[in-house]
Design a binder for this molecule. Structure first.
Ligand code: SF4
Length: 507
């Protein structure tokens, strides 16, 4: 039985080299998404934007999760740590494989494909199991393609593969002290699905090599594949031909939008009357034709009548980490660390502002709830934008901090969601471009935006808080970022006051 076949591996390396290059696992996955993306990733890397901060943060979490998974195999051997040279990592793997121990990051190449395997576990009869570690809480189709590529490469490199596993995070896990990786992860046997997909890897690789050897990128139209399984880094470039108020803004109308583009209809206002639209899509078309907001004055008036003074405009900022930082917390559970509260006591009163931003590295929730309880009054509406988010955080805090549960119930029945009139399209401004998010609604209605702020969205707020709270940063930097966080969260609640005022003026 051949477990390790250096001759096979070497001959395939040479063959692939003669063919021009290898296709790595990540490029193979690019190619499955779109051959134009693959062509750029191989031939015009400088035209592919670098991962943004949000993506880098996801990579960072992935590395932490990967390190935790390795702890399931205390006798595991790390292969070629920090070595990027492809031939060298393959050579080191050939040596390490003889040990018959779990291998981390073993490198293999065959038939023009190259991959490093998260964990390779020895199995009976000189075989091996492939274990791919993911920081998700469930299995996704792209994970199976990922494993199929690895299985194909390793099999062609002469290894006998017994089983393939996806090792993903157990969403039911709750931290209690030191994390046991065997409880934190779920090992899902996906051997059968991977076997089916592996059969097609060779043909797909050949097709990809044909594409990357062309002098120019293939002419591929934009489509739903641009955002699945991931948003393509070339999205902005490929979609830049679209003018404002185009058919891809159609609310819940992605397929319809692409069909219209295929028929040569680009602008919302040019959609023929023969095309069936939903009520909300018809409102979008009417707004695009008139260039003016579409307002259901009765519905807006009814909504505003639900706002009872004193008005409490409330917004939370949260962070969520794959590996829970505190006891009693699940993977990716949202932990509130900041709130902004603007209180407007009467129609003539000036807004009063109260803010909380956690300090130190302890679980911020007890102090968060303590400060919120002290700041928020017992009467009047509590207004949030996309209120279920704030409400869920309050309920979670009420569950782990029973002292606050009665107060949470009191707030719950006073909550009004400022998103409601926009979600229902009772107010729709053409500049919202099909979105009811705060970041779309605020500039469309008030002309104000987040562009002048250093922190412009919740994801950045979360990353910056984690960086300056748990990272090694100088105090001056920490204070600067904390100011920026206060400005950002403060604008969210002040922005809600501006939006409510704009709605009042619209009726
Ligand atoms: S944006 Fe879409 S069409 Fe353009 S390269 Fe990416 S996936 Fe392909």
């Amino acid at each position: 039985m051949i477990v390790y076949a250096p001759g096979v591996m070497t001959s395939n390396i040479d063959k692939a080299k003669n063919n021009g290059s290898f296709i790595s696992k990540s490029k193979f996955l690019c190619g499955l998404q779109c051959h134009k993306f693959l062509w750029h990733a191989c031939n015009a890397k400088d035209l592919v934007p670098q991962p943004d901060e949000a993506t880098q943060a996801i990579f960072g979490q992935g590395h932490e999760v990967g390190a935790l998974a390795k702890r399931m195999f205390p006798d595991g051997v790390e292969v070629g740590c920090g070595i990027l040279d492809l031939d060298e990592t393959i050579r080191l793997t050939q040596d390490a494989i003889k040990l018959r121990k779990p291998l981390f990051e073993g490198a293999f190449s065959a038939g023009g494909g190259y991959c490093r395997v998260d964990i390779l576990r020895p199995a009976p009869n000189e075989a091996w199991d492939i274990i791919e570690v993911k920081s998700t809480t469930s299995l996704k189709d792209v994970h199976l393609d990922d494993l199929a590529f690895q299985s194909w490469v390793l099999t062609n490199a002469g290894l006998k593969i017994r089983d393939c596993y996806l090792c993903h995070i157990n969403s039911d896990f709750v931290r209690r002290g030191e994390i046991d990786p065997k409880k934190f992860f779920v090992l899902k046997d996906v051997t059968a699905q991977v076997a089916i997909l592996s059969r097609r890897v060779g043909d797909k690789l050949n097709g990809m090599f044909n594409t990357i050897r062309q002098p120019n990128p293939p002419d591929i139209k934009i489509g739903s594949h641009c955002d699945a399984p991931y948003t393509c880094p070339l999205h902005d470039q490929c979609w830049s031909f679209l003018p404002e108020h185009n058919v891809l803004d159609l609310c819940r109308g992605t397929k319809k939008g692409f069909d219209l583009l295929d028929k040569g209809v680009t602008l919302l206002r040019d959609i023929p009357a023969s095309i069936e639209l939903t009520d909300n899509q018809a409102i979008q078309k009417a707004a695009a034709i008139s260039g003016k907001p579409q307002v259901n004055t009765q519905a807006i008036s009814d909504f505003l009548s639900r706002l009872v003074y004193p008005l409490h405009y409330l917004d939370f900022e949260t962070f969520a980490t794959a590996i829970p930082m505190f006891d009693g917390v699940r993977p990716y559970q949202q932990i509130p660390f900041q709130f902004s509260l603007h209180i407007v006591r009467s129609s003539e009163a000036k807004p009063e502002h109260v803010m909380f931003l956690a300090e130190g590295r302890n679980d911020p929730r007890p102090e968060f709830m303590h400060k919120l309880r002290a700041a928020i009054g017992h009467t009047g509406s509590v207004v949030a934008f996309n209120a279920p988010f704030e409400l869920s955080r309050l309920k979670e805090c009420g569950e782990v901090l029973p002292d606050f549960s009665a107060r949470v119930k009191g707030i719950e029945c006073r909550i009004v969601d400022l998103l409601d009139p926009f979600k229902a399209f009772d107010y729709y401004h053409p500049d919202q471009q099909g979105s009811a998010s705060m970041k779309a609604v605020l500039p469309a209605l008030t002309g104000r935006s987040y562009k002048n702020l250093a922190i412009q969205e919740g994801g950045a707020a979360s990353r910056e808080f984690l960086r300056v709270t748990f990272g090694a940063v100088k105090d001056a930097e920490r204070q600067k970022v904390r100011k920026q966080l206060e400005q950002y969260c403060g604008q969210d609640t002040e922005g809600m006051i501006w939006i409510a005022d704009a709605l009042r003026q619209a009726i």
